[in-house]
Write a protein that binds this ligand. Structure first.
Ligand SMILES: [Zn+2]
Length: 266
């Protein structure tokens, strides 16, 4: 049996030899392969787990898991075949975030703020798409050089891993996405959620809910807006894209199971 670390070192060297990571758009700076990303995610998620409090409501967790897996099944190869994990964070702030390797975190505050199932699906599809578009690893690639990145993937730099986890949770620079990243995550997300059977208008509707909260309780949405720039123009674009994708009979806008779990976290 070969050593796992040797395998990932070899993958890293291959990636470098090819000049860029796989899966990203041309011109995007990404030094990490998808295999390495999933390895990194396993370690980062352990750091996140030490820094947040998870909801232990099994009904809420089961619902979020099921919705997440349903959307992930509609993403492109190889993401639809990889293991993803969906975590419910016990926190009233209206926020959700993604870390490399298919780990998506949704706060109970966001579930409570969503008016229906398609709005929650919209945020989840958006976060999932930050992963499939390789945005989270691009950010790490930009910030850290190749030697640090290699040691992170190999688990040799636990201090830096905890720092990265803390930064992402707090909505720091590493978790900030550009307008272009947001546009791409919206577009991919709207298509994935529609294919999964959720009303694609839910994404823009959730952004409107978030904007409304910015007026009434700005502190609760601060983290989300600092990491996901949201403008009126962006919302209108998401609405237009949802119209292009179209709604079909049987699509889920809301379902009783969502209202049940929403009442459990309210
Ligand atoms: Zn975003």
């Amino acid at each position: 049996m070969y050593k796992r670390s040797t395998f990932f070192a070899a993958v890293l060297v291959t990636t470098l030899a090819l000049g860029c990571g796989s899966g990203g758009n041309a011109g995007n700076f990404n030094l990490i392969s998808i295999e390495e990303e999933w390895q990194l995610g396993q370690q980062l998620s352990q750091d996140v787990a030490r820094q947040v409090r998870f909801s232990n409501d099994s009904a809420v967790n089961a619902y979020v898991q099921q919705m997440g897996q349903r959307i992930v099944a509609q993403t492109s190869e190889p993401f639809n075949r990889l293991p993803w994990e969906f975590h419910v964070v016990d926190d009233p702030a209206i926020n959700a975030f993604a870390i490399p390797g298919g780990h998506i975190y949704v706060n109970t505050g966001l579930i409570a703020a969503a008016e229906n199932a398609s709005e929650l699906a919209g945020v989840m599809a958006h976060e999932i798409s930050h992963i499939t578009a390789r945005h989270t690893t691009e950010a790490i690639s930009r910030q850290y050089g190749i030697s640090i990145l290699a040691s992170l993937v190999l688990g040799q730099n636990p201090g830096t891993l905890s720092q990265i986890a803390a930064q992402i949770i707090a909505g720091g620079a590493l978790a900030r996405f550009s307008r272009e990243d947001e546009r791409e995550a919206d577009e991919l997300g709207i298509r994935a959620m529609a294919r999964a059977g959720y009303d694609p208008r839910g994404m823009a509707a959730m952004f409107r809910v978030l904007l409304a909260h910015q007026q009434s309780s700005p502190g609760r949405v601060e983290q989300f807006f600092s990491t996901h720039p949201t403008t009126e123009e962006r919302i209108r674009n998401a609405e237009r894209r949802a119209d292009e994708v179209g709604q079909s009979a049987g699509m889920i806008t809301d379902e009783p199971q969502f209202q049940t779990i929403r009442s459990r976290v309210a």
